[in-house]
Design a protein around this ligand. Sequence first.
Ligand code: APR
Length: 334
Amino acid sequence: MPLEIIRDDITKVHADAIVNAANPSLLGGGGVDGAIHKAAGPQLLEECRTLNGCEVGQAKITKGYNLPAKYVIHTVGPIWRGGNNNEEKLLSDCYKNSLRIAKEYNLESIAFPLISTGAYGYPVDKGLKVAISVIGDFLLNNDMKVYLVVYNKEAFKISEKLFSSIKQYIDDRYVKEHTEKRYRNIEERQIREIYKESMNFFMEEAEQVVKKRCLEDVVNELDETFTQMLLRLIDEKGLTDSQVYKRANIDRRLFSKIRSDINYKPSKSTAIALAIALKLNLDETKDLLSKAGYALSHSNKFDIIIEYFIKEGNYNIFEINEALFAFEQNLLGV
Ligand code: APR
């Protein structure tokens, strides 16, 4: 999974580089800056002295010394002054310049803290959004493993709007599903009646559709495996393989395994990630999932959150993972 949101102390993360939320002097401080210098040892400060500081939004690289990480990329975030002083642009530049340097050094992995969201007062949900969108854009065109390291749950907050509307959506459906169960028996007969009527209606409609299409197409489609349907949809949507697996936040190797095995059965999370990458609507998603033997159900939060985002037309897999993480669900992708 190219982007992972993890809850950890960044000084313990085994990535090629970890990013330090520094100040313009680069001579150490508190927070994550203090923790990194403490874990790296005095040589880090010695090397920082040679860098002559760093401007806000810029980034500079040093060795990692006693850290598990080989390098430290120091960047200076903006101090939050209400949001009308170019803070968002400067914070985006911190992530962009750190990723640019990591790419120049051919690093395979990098770990970010939530820059500026501590002493510099940047609202956590806004800071998180900036991080997710810049890293997400980068990963659509580059192969790198990116960790967004959240130090504690309090620090990990998704935007109020997103959080409350998903919470509402879950409550509506999750509760409804579970209360409905209690009345299931009473309505059982009614539901069967409605189901029979609608199936008759559907079959009549389907007969019309079948007449218009050559029978063996329909037969092929009915026998279409998950992989066949996936490849057909990729062609129909004019996408490239790399666009699909990057948008799905899954490894290239896994994708080529799916592509090369006509009967491959992916995990539910991978199947959903691919549906999101293809920007399928809810029915198409259910259809694709059914080829792998899965269904979306209102009896678990993971599925309800996925359904929410599809209905909202929000296919940003990093935002979806942000929401899944906040509700302590598994993330999408491998
Ligand atoms: N690992 C991961 N994240 C951490 C750690 C850690 N060990 N320690 C703190 N954090 C988180 C904080 O919870 C916050 O979400 O890093 C984020 C950034 O907080 P700060 O470290 O306060 O950095 P910032 O807000 O960018 O302020 C920078 O603080 O430490 C000084 O010298 C630094 O002057 C500079 C200012």
